[in-house]
Design a protein around this ligand. Structure first.
Ligand code: ADP
Length: 421
């Protein structure tokens, strides 16, 4: 049997977040990293999420990768496609959300596609078509200063209209509160007028579930991970999806390793906590730059530690130290040097008996999975909001918890390993 739902995410941690949402709603989910190989054939799976790096890629590349992913998902039976972007609608007036959505809409034959980046759990809500971050409209939030995609407007209607070929309409909160049929009718009315997108208001999970039910016949749904909350139930109500499957934790033998490349406050707090209990080592960026064999030394050190506790290796530093390092080597070079070492450590240490890895940092996670040549993950149970365990497929089996820097409470590392012991 083929898959029911196919998703295309414009970045890696966004894909994991969406996959995690679908797993919590009882779907069996595989995440594929990059456009899937023609031969990839995930089995016993209800949904596949393809993780692209298309958010800040050149527009043409983002569109062509997304279409390739779409065709692969359709060839595996996906009836409905979710295009997942950030809950703060990260994009520029050129895209990439508009052009990718236009291409997906044309190829799927969708008439009017939902736009709903609301993510109430993280305080992203939509009212009268305006996107709010907490109590602020998007264009007043810290997103106004984002280095790549500064958001200077909060009207999703204007933002989308500027980057898309189609007209954009609104389904207001009042209609959402009238229920799924009312939302369906409102979208059909917009479609009949030739309007290509419907921004749908949502303030909470109950609203998102109404939208999920209303989306049952929509070939294309676009938004954040929140809009997917109600989709599994709509398949279930049609008898297409069985009773909720409970995701089982990966059963992988092997020692426990944390690689932390995120410099976020949350990750630094988690490292401070772990230092009290476990052997830890810090990577010195200067020594990487000097050409020292940092990877060899840290590998030997890790292997010399007792195997009854996790080992933690980190590059994370406070903002002052990061600035100093960046002033010497440049932002990109500093990041790339650390990421290369993280990838190499993951390769050496998994070859030497480490099998359960927690990786802190979005870019760091990307570097680690690519060095390990992992291109598909079966998504397991949630550890903390937005962060699941996963198990690599098709390579040496590894248990991987890949977390965006700011996610998880102070005891995240310990909580993570407790799930797989
Ligand atoms: P987050 O999810 O918190 O954004 P990322 O892994 O995406 O974390 O980004 C952190 C970036 O900072 C990575 O490119 C990493 O290599 C880099 N980095 C880590 N430690 C240092 C350091 N001490 N100095 C400079 N850059 C660092």
């Amino acid at each position: 049997m083929g898959i029911l739902l196919g998703a295309i995410a414009d970045d890696f941690t966004g894909a994991t977040d969406l996959a995690n949402t679908l797993v919590k709603e009882g779907m069996r989910v595989v995440q594929i990293i990059g456009v899937p190989d023609a031969s990839a054939a995930p089995e016993n799976v209800d949904a596949v999420v393809v993780a692209l790096k298309s958010r800040s890629a050149p527009v043409g590349e983002a569109v062509s990768q997304s279409l390739e992913a779409l065709r692969w998902l359709q060839s595996r039976g996906a009836e409905q496609i979710v295009f997942k972007y950030c809950s703060t609608f990260d994009s520029t007036p050129e895209g990439n959300i508009g052009p990718v959505a236009d291409a997906l809409r044309a190829e799927t034959g969708a008439d009017c596609a939902i736009i709903c980046p609301a993510f109430p759990e993280n305080a992203r809500t939509i009212y009268n078509g305006h996107l709010f971050v907490g109590d602020m409209p998007l264009h007043e939030s810290s997103m106004k200063d984002h280095p790549l995609t500064p958001m200077r407007d909060s009207s999703l209607i204007r933002l989308m209209a500027a980057q898309s070929d189609a007209e954009v309409g609104l389904v207001p909160l009042q209609t959402v509160h009238e229920g799924a049929d009312a939302v369906c009718n409102a979208i059909a009315t917009l479609a009949a007028k030739g309007i290509g997108y419907a921004v749908v208001d949502a303030l909470n999970d109950a609203d998102l579930r109404v939208i999920g039910a209303a989306a049952r016949d929509q070939r294309l749904v676009t938004g954040g991970s929140g809009v997917a909350t109600g989709l599994p139930e709509s398949f279930r109500s049609r008898g297409l999806l069985g009773a909720p499957a409970k995701a089982s934790a990966p059963v992988v033998v092997g020692r426990e390793l944390v690689l932390a490349g995120s410099c976020s406050a949350a990750t630094r707090g988690q490292i401070a906590r772990a230092k009290e209990a476990w052997p830890t080592r810090k990577i010195a960026v200067d020594r990487i730059a000097a050409g020292d064999d940092v990877v060899g030394e840290l590998t030997d050190w890790a292997l010399a530690q007792h195997d009854d506790a996790p080992v933690l290796i980190y590059a994370s530093a406070d903002p002052e130290e990061v600035q100093q390092v960046q002033a010497v080597y440049g932002v990109e070079k500093a990041g790339a040097m650390v990421e290369e070492v993280m990838g190499a450590l993951a390769v050496r240490l998994t070859a030497a008996g480490f099998g359960r890895l927690v990786v802190a940092g979005g870019e760091t996670s990307g570097a680690v999975v690519s060095a390990l040549r992992v291109n598909a993950l079966r998504i397991g149970p949630e550890i903390a909001p937005g962060v699941p365990w996963s198990e690599s497929i098709g390579t040496q089996p590894l248990a991987l918890a890949l977390k965006s820097g700011n996610f998880g409470g102070p005891n995240f590392f310990e909580e993570a390993f407790a799930v797989v012991r």
